[in-house]
Design a binder for this molecule. Sequence first.
Ligand code: MG
Length: 152
Amino acid sequence: MRIGQGFDLHRLIEGRKLLLGGVEIPSSKGEDAHSDGDVLLHAVIDALLGAEALGDIGKLFPPSDPKYKDAKSSALLLEAKKLTRCKLVNLDCTIILQEPKIGKYADAIRENLASLLDAEVKNISVKAKTAEGLGAIGEGAAVAASVIVLVE
Ligand code: MG
């Protein structure tokens, strides 16, 4: 058994899509990034890479590489997954976002993650919380995701 941890944070700006775990959430602001900016998928990638000490998302898909401009994070996840050899036991995710409220999308995100990872939905947990109005996330200027994974 091995454990992996991932964290990511992106600035939120007008005119961008808000993608969380590959699910588009209706919102006036979305993630600013070189790729599509899906903060949850980025944290999942780092957790999977971390579990097997394979480096990190920035090393694998450098933001300086024009190839990854507007890259779909779901495609990056599938590419990262090819490098891993372990089987997923369970994945637990926390999204920190002030607004909109995303609790009602948690099951759709779990299902999409399960499909991307060839896992069962029961082994994927997605939780959502706000930042209680504090700091950059609380002011609606950023979104973050924290992920932990167990593999065997
Ligand atoms: Mg990122």
